[in-house]
Design a protein around this ligand. Structure first.
Ligand code: PEP
Length: 252
């Protein structure tokens, strides 16, 4: 039985004051959600106050991205070790906004995943197709290509035991248009099958989250699907009440 996980991606929103308040509200609101793991990923500079607000509680903190380099002259980057040092346990890698606006290739995302895992973080690997790719019936091909450099890694067994995958159709991110539970299930099953071809045991234990306009009113139906093990939540994660309801839906 896979334990569900719901993670909020706060993107580039918030201030010290608002992030601290949101973290405290999420911690209080999800206290009763015992059947689900909960995490939040604030902007890098807001990680320290958020970690402080979450201290000693059940809500994990994570980075929204991580460098593929361990350390060095990489201006503007955040190393995985720095996230750990700041109190993070999670790191999103390969979010579609990083792929689209910052040139993250499938190979670079795999390198980031390796760095995050090596530092002791739980990497959340995002994959997903654009609307044009879906319309051309290329969803499986695109996702297979996104997974390929990860599945080719020599220590894939260890990585699979540690990582999480998030299926995030690009056309559903921030658009208000959610994949139907059936569409999500179809792709999640495809992803699990692709992992199983490499390691069947790891595939059975791997958590695959759905992301893309998850809201309190659609979360339960998505989480009811057998291969949907929780959610990666953007916009609705900025409202403590909405995020709490999504976590409660996952806990049921
Ligand atoms: C995301 O950014 O990962 C995301 C899923 O955003 P939203 O929930 O706003 O679609």
């Amino acid at each position: 039985m896979r334990r569900r996980l719901v993670v909020g991606n706060w993107k580039m929103h918030g201030s010290r004051a608002s992030a601290t308040a949101l973290a405290a509200e999420v911690a209080a609101g999800t206290k009763g959600c015992t059947g689900v793991d909960v995490g939040v990923c604030p902007p890098a500079i807001l990680i320290p106050p958020v970690v402080a607000a979450l201290a000693g509680g059940h809500v994990a903190c994570g980075g929204q991205d991580v460098s593929e380099h361990e350390s060095g002259a990489y201006t503007g980057e955040t190393a995985a070790g720095m996230l750990v040092d700041a109190g993070c346990t999670l790191a999103i890698v390969g979010h579609s906004e990083r792929r689209q606006f910052f040139g993250d290739t499938n190979d670079r995302v795999a390198a980031k995943l390796v760095r995050a895992a090596a530092a002791g973080l739980t990497p959340i690997l995002c994959v997903g197709e654009t609307l044009a790719e879906r319309r051309k019936d290329e969803t499986s091909q695109v996702i297979a290509a996104q997974l390929a450099p990860v599945l080719a890694l020599p220590n894939i067994g260890d990585l699979l035991a540690r990582m999480v995958i998030a299926y995030e159709p690009v056309w559903a991110i921030g658009t208000g248009e959610t994949a139907t539970p059936e569409q999500a299930q179809e792709v999640h099953a495809f992803i699990r099958g692709a992992i199983a071809a490499r390691d069947a045991t790891a595939a059975g234990a791997l958590r695959i989250l759905y992301g893309g306009s998850v809201k309190p009113d659609n979360a339960a139906a998505l989480f009811a699907k057998p291969d949907v093990d929780g959610g990666l939540v953007g916009g609705a994660a900025l409202k403590a009440a909405d995020f709490t309801q999504i976590c409660a839906a996952a806990a049921r």
